[in-house]
Design a protein around this ligand. Structure first.
Ligand code: FUL
Length: 677
C-alpha cells in the first residue's frame, strides 16, 4: 500500500473512532430539569402530619375544633429529625396547614393558628422549630399547605384566594430553603366556614391561581419541586397505599393527570417529565390515633413498599404521625429504624463489582459497558444509533447466589427502556430468572426481586427502547431472607394456612405446643386441622441458620362441635369479614356434647376506621350469667380480646353485646370462638 493511502486510512479510522466515542446519544424528549434529577436522587424522605386533628382524634377536621385544643406537652422537633435521619430520610415535609385550616406557624392571615393555642403560651411556631432542627441536622425541609380551608369564612370566594397567597408568601419568605411544596388534591365540600356550616364547591384548576403560587415559590426557591395543583413538577402516584406501577414512566400527559392508571404508570408518549412520588403513612391514618397503635405497618409491609416505590422509579414520601405528647411514637420510630436496617442489609455487597462484562454493542470507549459498574452516576454504557436494544452479561469466577438486580438509566437524556428480561447460566445450563414484577421500564431506578438463584453468568436482554440504551448503573445482591414471624390462620373449612413474608424462607411448625425449629414439620402447603389446639411456626433461613420469632395461633373447637345460627363470617379466620348485631342480639353456640367452657375470644373489625366495637357484654353458659364485664381499651386498641374464667361444664354459650364504641347502631364482630379445656 502506498504511504499516502495508508495515512488516509489511519486518519479516517481514527476520525471515525473519535466520532463514535464523542458522539453523545441524542436526548429523547421530554427530559428532566437538573432540579428534577437532584430530587429523584433523594429517593426517601418523610412526611409529618400534626395539628388540631391530632388533639381531636380526627383525620379531616371540620374547621371548628378550638385552637386551644392544640396542646403538645413534650414537643421535640429534634427528636423527629434525629429519628428520621436514623431511618435514612433525606428530608421532611410538614403539614403547615391541613384541610381544617389550622396554621402551625405565626401567620398574619388568620386567628385560627398556633398563636391562639396554649403551646408556648401562643408563641410557638412549628414551621420555624422544624426548619431550624432540619438546618441543624442537615435534612431538607418542605411544606404542605392545604388549598382547601374548612375554617375560613371566605373559602370559595375571591378573598380566600388572597389569604391563601399571603400564606404561601409567608411560608416561602420566612423559613429558609424549601425542597418541596405540597398542594394536596382534596378540595371543597362541607365545612365550618366561619360558622356557616355549609357545603362549598370550587373549580380547583382555576380557583386557586396555581400559576401565581408557582411564581412565588420558584422566585424564592428555584430548586423546589411542586406537588399537585396545575403547575406540578412531580406527580401523585394515584394511591395512598405505597406503590407505583411496575411499568412507571416519568412522563405524563398533564391533561390526563386525574386518571389513576395514568398516575400509576405514567405514559411512554407523555409530553411532560413529571415523575411519581409515592405518599403513604406508616399507620393506617395520616394523623395519630391511639386506636391505631397496633396497626403500625409491619417490617415486611414497609420493605415491600420500598421495593414498589423506590424500586419502581418513584420517590417514597413516608408519613410519620406525631402523637399527643409531640413526639414520633416509639413503636413507629423503632419499626422505621428496623426497616432501614433491612434495606441497608439487602444492598450490602454488590456482586457485579468484579464480574467480567460483555455486551453485543457499544457506542465507543467513552460509552463502554464497564461504565455500569464504575460507581460514577454520570458515565454510562450506550449503544449505537439505531441499536434500540442490547444485551449485557456478567460472568463470575465462581458461582454466586443472588435475588436482587438494580438497574438505572441515565435520565438526563430521557427515559428509554420499554422491555427487558434476565437469564442466568450455571454449569452451561440456561434458565430464565422469574422476577416478581413485570419487567418493562427502568428510569431513574428499577429494583428487580426474584427468588434466590445460583449462577456463574447473569445476562440481561434489553428488548426494546425508545432510542439507544443509556444505562449508567447495574448492581446485583443477595439480600438476606426477611425473617419476620409468619402469620397463621384457619378458615371455616378448617384449613390452616401459614404465610411467611419472604418466599425464600423455609417455614417449620408444630401442633403439639412445642417450640418449632428446623427439625419440626416443614410447611409446604395448607393443611387440615379440625380440632382445638395450638399451631406454632417459624420462618427459617437455611443459609444463615437464623430463625424468626415464633408465631402462635390458638385454635378453638371448630364448627363440627357445635350448632349456631350466627353467620360463618365470624368463624372464618378472616378479620376483615364481619357481621353486625344489634345491642342485645346474642351469638348462641350450642355444643353437641357438654364441654368444660373456660373463656372466649372476640376480634373486633380490623378494617381502617371501623366503629361499633363491643364494649359492655354479658356471657351465659346454659342460661347462667358467667361474665358481665367490658373490654376496657377497645376503642383505642381494637385487637383480639381473650377472656378466661374458671371452667364450667355446659352445652350452650350465649354472648350478648350490651354497648359499643361510638354509640353506633350496630355492634361489629370479625371473629368469635369459645375456649374449652
Ligand atoms: C390527602 C389528604 O386528604 C389527607 O388527609 C393527607 O393529608 C394526604 C397526604 O393527602 O389529600
Amino acid at each position: 500500500m502506498k504511504k499516502s493511502l495508508f495515512c488516509i486510512l489511519i486518519i479516517s479510522i481514527l476520525l471515525s473512532c473519535t466520532n463514535i466515542s464523542n458522539h453523545i446519544p441524542a436526548a429523547i424528549e421530554p427530559i428532566p430539569s437538573q432540579q428534577q434529577i437532584e430530587w429523584q436522587k433523594l429517593e426517601t424522605y418523610a412526611f409529618i402530619h400534626f395539628g388540631l386533628n391530632t388533639y381531636n382524634d380526627l383525620e379531616w377536621g371540620y374547621g371548628n375544633t378550638p385552637a386551644s385544643t392544640f396542646n403538645p406537652t413534650n414537643l421535640d422537633c429534634e427528636q423527629w429529625v434525629a429519628t428520621l435521619k436514623q431511618c435514612g430520610m433525606k428530608g421532611v415535609i410538614l403539614t403547615a396547614k391541613h384541610h381544617d385550616g389550622f396554621c402551625l406557624w405565626q401567620t398574619k392571615t388568620t386567628d385560627y393558628s398556633i398563636a391562639n393555642s396554649p403551646y408556648k403560651n401562643g408563641n410557638g411556631d412549628m414551621v420555624k422549630e422544624l426548619s431550624d432542627a432540619c438546618k441543624k441536622h442537615g435534612l431538607k425541609f418542605g411544606l404542605y399547605l392545604s388549598p382547601w380551608d374548612r375554617n375560613n369564612a371566605e373559602y370559595g370566594r375571591e378573598d380566600y384566594v388572597e389569604t391563601y397567597h399571603k400564606q404561601i408568601d409567608e411560608l416561602t419568605s420566612n423559613y429558609g430553603e424549601l425542597f418541596e411544596f405540597w398542594f394536596d388534591g382534596a378540595n371543597g365540600g362541607n365545612g365550618y366556614y366561619g360558622g356557616t356550616n355549609e357545603s362549598r364547591s370550587i373549580d380547583a384548576r382555576k380557583y386557586y391561581d396555581y400559576e401565581r403560587a408557582r411564581d412565588t415559590i420558584l422566585k424564592r426557591h428555584p430548586d423546589a419541586m411542586i406537588f399537585g395543583g396545575t403547575c406540578q413538577t412531580i406527580r401523585w402516584v394515584g394511591n395512598e397505599q405505597g406503590w407505583a406501577g411496575d411499568t412507571d414512566w416519568c412522563m405524563i400527559n398533564p391533561g390526563l393527570s386525574d386518571n389513576t392508571k395514568h398516575l400509576n404508570h405514567g405514559s411512554e408518549n407523555g409530553t411532560h417529565w413529571i415523575p411519581a412520588e409515592v405518599d403513604v403513612s406508616i399507620r393506617p391514618g395520616w394523623f395519630y390515633h391511639k386506636r391505631e397503635d397496633h396497626q403500625v405497618k409491619s417490617l415486611a409491609h414497609l420493605t415491600d413498599i420500598y421495593y414498589r416505590s423506590v424500586g419502581h422509579n418513584a420517590n417514597l414520601l413516608l408519613n410519620f404521625p406525631i402523637s399527643l405528647d409531640g413526639k414520633i411514637p416509639a413503636l413507629d420510630s423503632l419499626r422505621a429504624m428496623e426497616w432501614h436496617d433491612v434495606i441497608n442489609n439487602d444492598f450490602k455487597e454488590n456482586l457485579l463489582k468484579d464480574a467480567k462484562i460483555k455486551v453485543d454493542n457499544e457506542r465507543g470507549n467513552k460509552f463502554k459497558a464497564e461504565n455500569v459498574t464504575d460507581d460514577n452516576w454520570d458515565t454510562y454504557w450506550a449503544t449505537e444509533d439505531d441499536y434500540n436494544f442490547g444485551t449485557i452479561s456478567f460472568t463470575f469466577d465462581k458461582p454466586v447466589k443472588m435475588n436482587r438486580v438494580v438497574l438505572q438509566e441515565y435520565i438526563p437524556l430521557g427515559q428509554r427502556v420499554k422491555d427487558f428480561y434476565m437469564e442466568g447460566e450455571l454449569d452451561g445450563k440456561w434458565f430464565k430468572i422469574n422476577a416478581f414484577d413485570t419487567l418493562s421500564t427502568i428510569g431513574y431506578k428499577r429494583i428487580v426481586r426474584f427468588n434466590t438463584v445460583e449462577l456463574d453468568k447473569l445476562i440481561i436482554y434489553f428488548e426494546e427502547s425508545r432510542g439507544p440504551l443509556c444505562i449508567n448503573n447495574i448492581e446485583a445482591y443477595c439480600a438476606p431472607i426477611l425473617l419476620t414471624e409468619p402469620t397463621i390462620f384457619r378458615n371455616y373449612e378448617n384449613i390452616v394456612t401459614i404465610e411467611s413474608s419472604d418466599k425464600d424462607a423455609e417455614v417449620y411448625y408444630t401442633i403439639d405446643g412445642t417450640k418449632p425449629d428446623e427439625n419440626s414439620l416443614r410447611y409446604e402447603k395448607p393443611f387440615t386441622y379440625n380440632n382445638k389446639g395450638v399451631v406454632k411456626a417459624i420462618a427459617y433461613d437455611p443459609i444463615s441458620k437464623k430463625t424468626s420469632d415464633v408465631a402462635m395461633k390458638e385454635l378453638d373447637l371448630p364448627k363440627e362441635y357445635y350448632k349456631t345460627s350466627s353467620n360463618s363470617r365470624i368463624f372464618d379466620g378472616n378479620t376483615n369479614s364481619v357481621i353486625y348485631l344489634n345491642i342485645d342480639e346474642p351469638i348462641i353456640i350450642t355444643f353437641n356434647e357438654k364441654q368444660n367452657i373456660s373463656g372466649f375470644r372476640y376480634t373486633p373489625n380490623q378494617a381502617r376506621d371501623a366503629s361499633g366495637h363491643i364494649v359492655d357484654y354479658e356471657l351465659y353458659v346454659d342460661g347462667k350469667l358467667i361474665m358481665k364485664s367490658s373490654f376496657g381499651n377497645i376503642k383505642n386498641n381494637p385487637i383480639e380480646q381473650v377472656v378466661k374464667f374458671e371452667s364450667i361444664k355446659g352445652k350452650e354459650v350465649k354472648f350478648i353485646p350490651k354497648s359499643n364504641t361510638d354509640n353506633a347502631k350496630n355492634c361489629c364482630i370479625a371473629e368469635f370462638s369459645v375456649i374449652a379445656d
